[in-house]
Design a protein around this ligand. Structure first.
Ligand code: GLV
Ligand code: GLV
Length: 320
């Protein structure tokens, strides 16, 4: 019997063609609808390998059910959706897809920063609503990005890629990270700051840290209050790093000027979420890595990791 792989989202055939030859590939048949829990648990019980996406909670229950499971290949760089303790206990390898999405995610971070600073989405919407009645001196006016000060929280690969872009915009780049990065400081002219100082000095703050018990709720009311009232917060990492209730208050009462969010505490963000009532929030549906080339590269990495494990080789991208 061929080893069985379960994939939790519908993928293009070309992405899984290499797997079909050797394996029994089963795939949830919707691209934009999450696999129901009952289906996931039933499928994983028969699977040797699980191909997950960041929206799947791969918790202890999944590892308990997956008695034949050897690998969970998570098609993302983040892996906070996976219970690593349980994976270890059940002796299942977990892999992610770093490296290939660095530049694509940095592009999106910068695009969201520009869109939020210059109100691109709401300005565009006004045209479509028929509200562009004349050129208006102070309408649609935003914040300058060129020459401003950027504070990056989390200086990993994506942080460095954002810093390089910021240098092209003549920005002063501050960063905060668990440990200092002397090489990146020298190479890109970055300046390390304690978190509070960064929040006070930056015109734009971009969050690029992983979601961990330490970063959960790291940006709350106190931190938002330290930011300039002309400040802009961009989150392209994980929703839970920012306290959304505190963010709502800060945006509503003018403690900060605007926010651009690609990630949320709960995804998809519920349509009745208070943040969606605010004009100074720009929202995107978690598309940091969403270029055609990058998504195909992530799929390739996942397919390769699964093939490696099922053929007894050590895969790339082991997170534990
Ligand atoms: C995206 O958020 C990822 O972790 O790949
Ligand atoms: C703007 O288009 C200008 O000419 O100032």
């Amino acid at each position: 019997m061929k080893p069985r792989i379960f994939i939790t989202r519908k993928l293009t055939e070309e992405a899984v063609a290499s797997l079909h030859e050797k394996y029994d590939v089963r795939m949830w048949d919707e691209e934009s609808v999450a696999v129901p829990r009952a289906v996931l648990l039933k499928e994983v019980a028969e699977a040797d390998a699980l191909w997950s996406v960041l929206a799947d909670s791969i918790n202890r229950e999944v590892f308990e059910a997956g008695t034949k499971l050897k690998i969970v290949a998570n098609m993302a760089v983040g892996y906070n959706n996976i219970d690593l303790e349980a994976a270890k206990e059940y002796d299942v390898i977990v892999t992610n897809t770093p490296g290939v999405l660095t530049e694509t995610t940095a592009d999106l971070a910068f695009a969201l920063l520009l869109a939020t600073a210059r109100k691109l989405i709401s300005a565009e919407n006004e045209i479509r609503k028929g509200n562009w009645t004349s050129w208006a001196p102070m309408r649609f006016t935003g914040m300058d990005v060129g020459g401003a000060t950027l504070g990056i929280i989390g200086m990993g690969r994506i942080g460095e890629a954002v810093a390089r872009r910021a240098k092209g915009f003549d920005m002063q780049v501050l960063y905060h990270n668990r440990n200092r990065k002397p090489d990146a400081e020298a190479e890109y002219g970055l300046e390390f700051r304690e978190l509070d100082t960064l929040l006070k000095e930056a015109d734009f703050v971009i969050i690029l840290a992983p979601f961990t018990p330490k970063t959960a709720g790291m940006i709350g009311a106190r931190e938002l209050d330290l930011m300039k009232n002309t400040g802009v917060l961009i989150n392209v990492a994980r929703g839970g790093i920012v306290d959304e209730a505190a963010l709502y208050d800060a945006l509503k009462n003018g403690a900060i000027w605007a926010a651009g969010l690609d990630v949320f505490e709960k995804e998809p963000i519920p349509l009745d979420h208070p943040l969606l009532t605010l004009p100074n929030v720009t929202v995107l549906p978690h598309i940091g890595s969403a270029s055609i080339k990058t998504r195909l590269a992530m799929m390739n990495l996942n397919a390769q990791a699964i093939t490696d494990v099922l053929e007894g080789r050590k895969p790339k991208g082991i997170v534990q």
